[in-house]
Design a protein around this ligand. Structure first.
Ligand code: NAD
Ligand code: UD1
Length: 330
């Protein structure tokens, strides 16, 4: 049985569908801070399977212990966490307590119940401001905000756990920029309030909720002057977790993988592809650079391909189409 934390969230719900479709048994939990029970129902309907789900909180060890008592868990895929960079700068303790203390609680329960396999949602943010692209897993690590620091600290905690217990096996998955949604349009990313990331903001602009998209700088040293990122379809990302689970079943220790496509697309690439494939308008205004942004970030995903046999299949058009079909009538 695989425990999926943060299961009703954006990446958790897509991965739950992929796991269930691959024939794996799962139990999920979430505290619904940034999601709702609707996603759990959608996962059941998309996979055609039912599964146990709990409302539980990483910060409340008793609420999680029930799950470990009631199920024979042999691996954990850990999505639960807070992820807004700006909020983490304003409320660092909230982030450290939720993400770091919460993960330590989860690891304590794993130790108590003898669960030895762990897949962690890390982020390309642990590469800080990389000196060059493409970025491979051996690049130096640093962070520029408390959210990023929680990811880097948790990576360190997991490395220490593997040193202390030779039976423990961990996959640290460093996601690049996940966008897109399940083709059904039933699950996807629907952030509360004003989103920070590019794709949700393009969607809000196309819907008319935002009058005009702000392009943060067109004077970067990139082909069209706008920032370049490695956007990856959330369904490809979900499949990467299945490959990682297979890997850590075979090999103990720490295994680190970039999950990206290896291709960089600019802000203008995203705006224009989105407008074209969906037949909508995305008005935009060029503004100064956003502090803390780097010009260009994309992965070298070759380690995941060589060791996991995983690579991204879906392209930018699929990402733009599926994001829009999920959100357009919401
Ligand atoms: P999300 O907010 O949609 O999902 C996270 C889920 O965790 C939410 O449903 C939330 O309610 C839940 N959660 C938060 N704190 C909790 C707690 N204390 N107890 C129980 N549940 C809790 O975010 P997502 O995009 O699906 O991200 C999943 C993971 O991947 C996160 O750890 C995030 O940091 C990481 N990640 C995301 C991105 C991205 O761009 N989406 C990039 C890199 C890494
Ligand atoms: C951001 C976070 C990163 C986090 C990731 C996923 C920052 C500095 N980085 O990455 O830590 O892991 O989200 O949650 O917040 N852009 C615009 N206009 C917009 C929004 C974005 O031009 O309205 C541009 C940005 O300048 C950037 C690109 O679009 O060049 C992508 O931005 P975004 O989606 O926020 O992702 P990252 O900045 O890569």
């Amino acid at each position: 049985m695989i425990l999926v934390t943060g299961m009703s969230g954006y990446i958790g719900s897509h991965t739950a569908v992929a796991l269930l479709k691959a024939g794996k048994d799962i139990v999920g939990f979430d505290n619904f801070y940034n999601s709702s029970f609707e996603a759990v129902k959608a996962v059941e309907s998309l996979s055609g399977r039912s599964f146990p789900f709990y409302e539980a909180d990483l910060r409340d060890i008793d609420s999680m212990e029930r799950i470990f008592k009631e199920h024979n868990i042999d691996a954990v895929v850990h999505f639960a966490g807070l992820k807004a960079v700006g909020e983490s700068v304003a409320k660092p303790l909230f982030y450290y307590e939720n993400n770091i203390c919460g993960t330590v609680n989860l690891l304590k329960l794993m130790e108590k119940y003898g669960v030895m396999r762990f897949v962690f949602s890390s982020s390309a943010t642990v590469y800080g401001e990389p000196k060059s692209v493409p970025i491979n897993e051996d690049f130096p690590l640093s962070t520029t905000n408390p959210y990023g620091s929680t990811k880097l600290y948790i990576e360190g905690i997991l490395k220490d756990m593997c040193k202390a217990n030779k039976e423990f096996s961990v996959a640290l998955l460093r996601y690049f920029n996940p966008i897109g949604a399940h083709e059904s349009g039933l699950i996807g990313e629907n952030p509360n309030g004003i989103p920070n990331n590019l794709m949700p903001r393009i969607c809000q602009t196309a819907k008319g909720i935002m009058k005009s998209l702000t392009v943060f700088g067109d004077d970067y040293p990139t082909p069209d002057g706008t920032g370049v990122r490695d956007y990856i379809h959330v369904c490809d990302l979900a499949d990467g977790h299945i490959a990682a689970l297979d890997k850590i079943e075979k090999d103990t220790g720490v295994h680190i993988y970039n999950l990206g496509t290896g291709k960089g697309y600019s802000v203008y690439d995203l705006i224009h592809t989105f407008a074209r494939v969906n037949g909508v308008e995305v008005p935009y205004t060029v503004c100064p650079r956003r502090p803390g942004d780097v010009p260009e970030m994309y992965s070298d995903p070759s380690k995941a391909k060589a060791e996991l046999g995983w690579e991204a299949r879906l392209g930018l058009e699929d990402m733009c189409r599926s994001s829009w079909s999920f959100i357009k009538d919401k």
